[in-house]
Design a protein around this ligand. Structure first.
Ligand SMILES: C[S@@+](CC[C@H](N)C(=O)[O-])C[C@H]1O[C@@H](n2cnc3c(N)ncnc32)[C@H](O)[C@@H]1O
Length: 231
């Protein structure tokens, strides 16, 4: 499991190039995936949304633009300062606070939706983080998780593995000048559980009605679960 101190220091080092590399390495598809996340959350206008592991704020800004009242949480200060600057530039009302996904700075049942994009792969205790997400959402509200995934099928799986283990670290290293960061990414993605297994972890965290969608032939996966109305 990832060590939080190393994870924080790694994201602090790459914060300045994070957005550029995201768009380049995903060929711009990452923003489309975040829009799918927004659609999966249903009508968010006027809703309270907590975006956990918010990084440079892309998900938070998107939900805020759709009319949600959004708080983004992340433990890496340099990622947050990019999020704050981006919100200022865009005139976004999204608010950003420093906090740990394992101990969210939010009261029980205080939001309608909790989101986490490309974040849960980095936490030291996945089930603990899912329980935290479920804790802060009101009964009937939803938890939406976007993550990279292993595409099914031998050919695509092999191509993807090649891209993730060879091409991506090479480009990442060149642009970020950080050797470890873009070797860490494929390591965690390849260790990510299959959608069925992650869905059962969401159920184990107390969520119900868990469903998932494979995005872009399974390169990413979107899971949605609901907090039960009756305990
Ligand atoms: C790959 S970035 C994703 C950022 C953003 N959600 C996006 O869609 O681009 C992962 C983020 O998770 C944050 N993170 C990892 N573990 C965390 C934890 N335990 N608590 C809070 N933030 C964490 C990192 O600081 C980093 O900003």
């Amino acid at each position: 499991m990832p060590d939080p101190v190393q994870v924080e220091s790694m994201f602090a080092r790459i914060a300045g190039v994070y957005d550029l590399l995201n768009r380049t390495l995903s060929l711009g598809i990452d923003q489309r995936w975040r829009k799918r996340m927004l659609r999966a959350a249903g009508e968010v206008r006027g809703r309270a949304v907590l975006d956990v592991c918010c990084g440079t704020g892309d998900v938070a800004l998107l939900f805020a633009r759709a009319g949600a009242s959004v708080v983004g949480v992340d433990f890496t200060a340099p990622m947050l300062s990019h999020a704050v600057k981006k919100a200022e530039r865009n005139g976004s009302p999204a608010v950003f606070v420093r906090g740990d996904a394992m101990r969210l700075p939010a009261a029980d049942q205080s939001c309608d939706v909790a989101t986490i994009a490309f974040g849960i792969r980095n936490v030291s205790d996945r089930l603990g983080a899912l329980r935290e997400l479920a804790r802060v959402v009101r009964p009937g509200g939803s938890v939406v998780v976007l993550e990279f995934s292993m595409p099914p099928g031998a050919v695509l799986g092999r191509l993807y593995r090649l891209y993730f283990t060879r091409v991506l670290p090479a480009i990442g290293r060149l642009v970020s000048k950080d050797r470890d960061a873009y070797e860490y990414l494929p390591r965690t993605v390849l260790a990510w559980p299959a959608p069925e297994q992650f869905a059962s972890e969401m159920r184990a965290a107390g969520l119900e009605g868990v469903e998932w969608d494979l995005l872009t032939r399974g390169i990413a996966c979107l899971h949605v679960g609901r907090v039960p109305r009756t305990p």
